[in-house]
Design a protein around this ligand. Sequence first.
Ligand code: NOJ
Length: 530
Amino acid sequence: MSGSAFPGATPDPQAWWRGAAIYQVYLRSFADGNGDGVGDLAGLRARLPYLSDLGVGAIWLNPWYPSPMADGGYDVADYRDIEPAFGTLAEAEAFIAEAHGLGIRTIIDIVPNHGSDQQEWFVQALRAGPGSPERERFLFRAGRGENGELPPNDWKSIFGGPAWTRVPDGEWYLHLFAPEQPDFNWANPEVVAEFHDVLRFWFDRGVDGIRIDSAAVLIKDLDSEEESYTDHDGVHEIYRGWRRVADEYGGRILIGEVWLPDQERFARYLRPDEMHTAFNFDFLACPWEPDALRRSIDLTLATHVPLGAPPTWVLSNHDVTRPVTRYGRADTSFDHADRKHGMPSDPVLGERRARAAALLAMALPGGLYVYQGEELGLPEVEDLPDEARQDPIWFRSGHTDLGRDGCRVPLPWSGDEPPFGFGAGRPWLPQPPEWKALTAEVQVADPASMLTLYRTGLHLRRVLLGDGTMTWLDAQDGVLAFRRESGLICVVNLTGRPAGLPPHESVLLASGPLDGGLLPADTAVWLRGA
Ligand code: NOJ
């Protein structure tokens, strides 16, 4: 590709995150190095060349700490060590160094809202009893009713069931998620100091960024009968403190998991002295409809640009239905409250749209997240055997919500049958036999595969896209067309019929074959502008 028509990416190494493509590794399901059926650091290290070839700038790992796995590692028993099933601290340090050697940064997940009931602090709190300083690290309260037999209030857990659990001495503790995940008391300075120390522990080991789990729910008003924990103003002081810690190191970043419908409230987390970026869930949840997508993109830009914060573009993660399945349904939106399990999905249509969505997301200005398996076009596995399911949502919903296991099935790497090169053992969730057509091995050799589309797109994106601005171009109803400062034009056809293309010099990449110069329905194309 000629360099002259396309100026290269900004070279400021401190600002690496502004336009980075960040690959999300769900370690349990990525690659298994020791044959126990669970993905681990050895497996990930062996596959680093795959991620380098894919063209990603950073890896975000879901929690890798010692954990009883009541919530896939989001129940952290020790914030300063590695889960033995995943490896050791020394292996984590070796991984960070090896990734750096390939120009790939490491982002880890910190879970500040809650720990594990097996964490030493919680064990001490149970032992020390009511009124003790150890209990003050969590949210213990006396119950209501004559004998305290009723919970302190009627709040419900986000995973279903009550948000309070009673301990043998009669007190109750709050857990917004599973009972195995007791919530910390963020009004206690000891909790604040502990997390500053945890951040330093990992920054000292070379970690480049922190993904902050459930970032908006740390402060609660327990006197309120209504559930009152989302987005209290007090939460911002916490992240200002974290930012001061991050700024002691160069080029380290904070990324918020902030699910808030109100963009003005969302933007507060991105003020210059708080987080660097946050996941764009509005875009993720958006249906595959032209007006809704355009509105979501415009809203995202309007929220971020005044703050100087780069937007992020997210199509999937370990909590949501895989895009290929989502986009093949009659209702293409995503909502945690209704995952639409079992709604019929057309796999051909779903894949076509997911390919177009990938080129759209990659072309937009800012950062990009790719969840493992998205680049292989894996579908949601909706028919897992019930006995294999592990998501607490499945258990706490009384088996009415299948939960999130279907997007967490171990990756197919190679071969004709399970475990598809995932590792020598039986994978912790069973892989569908049809995945033999979706292995990385098959796809890397196929110019028309999803993997080839992602690889080509991500490599072009490094040079031509990423951080910056975009300009909408005039286009017929149902077509999204915009130009980036490099001159690249992205066109997405959501009209349901073939559409014409704007004037251009050449076609750089298309999500599917063009039709005699026309752009077929549910197809996206990158053009070199005329
Ligand atoms: C959000 C995480 O992404 C999800 O997987 C987890 O269950 C909850 N936070 C609780 O930590």
